[in-house]
Design a binder for this molecule. Structure first.
Ligand SMILES: [Zn+2]
Ligand SMILES: [Zn+2]
Length: 284
């Protein structure tokens, strides 16, 4: 007796066995026996190309080694969750910093049919300096960004650090040094320093203020004076109940809105101030 696929009606054939009442194609479509991740994050060091895998930094010996490890990172997440299905081979096609990879699986179904399946996996490439490259950097820096906060907030600190290290200028960062007010980013070019400040002010949706100064001024052999550029970037992340000195008077922050803050003085009088004015009039 000829068997049919209960879903699409196709007849059983030599290369098309009926498994649990379904043809191979319908079986795969309805049971989705393979788990394939939709997206994956690849963290690598932009200087030495070490990879951060499951929390550990793994050095690589060559470009091929790097790509091979990324492939493994992707395919190690594949799971077969069906006893009728066996993965025969896995092939990955990917390019460095391309946002996706194609994973081709050859599977056998109930030991009777072989199917080839293509999956697209999105890849998020994230740059982050590895600890070794951080240490090695040392040496000369010509600009410092001092990232500071009205209220120290470790989550915000980490968010900003991640952002800085994930961007193209990660390569120009010599050191990130924590302190109790925030952290300092040392870079080798004043141009890059200004660009980082720019990007941070645009990306972090918290009002901020920048004060520029030049320090460590020395005279070079040719008689020109040069110094280090200091950019103090302060995020004014005030919250309700904070005590502030605005335009020489003391207030308690009553409401923090998107465009304005409401301040209360010691007599209980409320003043509404635009964020931009508030940031400008705050005592340093
Ligand atoms: Zn079918
Ligand atoms: Zn590195």
């Amino acid at each position: 007796m000829v068997r049919f696929c209960a879903r699409c009606g196709v007849e059983e054939a030599q290369d098309r066995p009926i498994i649990n009442g379904l043809c191979p194609q319908c079986y795969i479509e309805t049971k989705s026996p393979i788990y394939m991740p939709n997206d994956i994050e690849v963290v690598y060091c932009p200087r030495c190309y070490s990879l951060k895998i499951r929390g550990r930094w793994i050095p690589v010996s060559s470009y091929e080694d790097f790509m091979e490890r990324v492939s493994t990172l992707i395919t190690s997440n594949i799971k077969c969750r069906d006893g009728n299905v066996k993965i025969l081979s896995v092939k990955t096609k990917l390019e460095f910093e391309e946002p996706k990879a194609v994973v081709t699986l050859t599977i056998s179904l109930a030991q009777k049919a072989v199917s080839v399946l293509d999956y697209v996996v999105r890849i998020k490439w994230r740059r982050s300096l590895c600890p070794t490259c951080f240490r090695r950097a040392g040496g000369t820096f010509s600009a410092v960004i001092q990232v500071r906060f009205f209220n120290y907030d470790i989550r915000l600190v980490n968010k900003i650090k991640d952002l800085v290290l994930s961007r193209e200028f990660a390569n120009d960062i010599i050191e990130i040094e924590d302190n109790k007010w925030g952290f300092d980013i040392k870079v080798n070019s004043p141009f890059v320093a200004k660009r980082i400040v720019d990007v941070l002010r645009r990306s972090i949706k918290i009002p901020s203020r920048v004060v520029e100064s030049v320090g460590d001024i020395r005279r070079r052999r040719d008689g020109k004076r040069y110094g280090k550029l200091y950019l103090s970037l302060r995020f004014i992340n005030v919250k309700q109940g904070d005590y502030v000195v605005y335009r020489g008077r003391a207030y308690t922050v009553s409401v923090v809105g998107e465009k304005e803050v409401i301040l209360r003085d010691s007599d209980g009088r409320k003043v509404k101030v635009k964020i931009s004015e508030f940031v400008g009039g705050l005592k340093r």
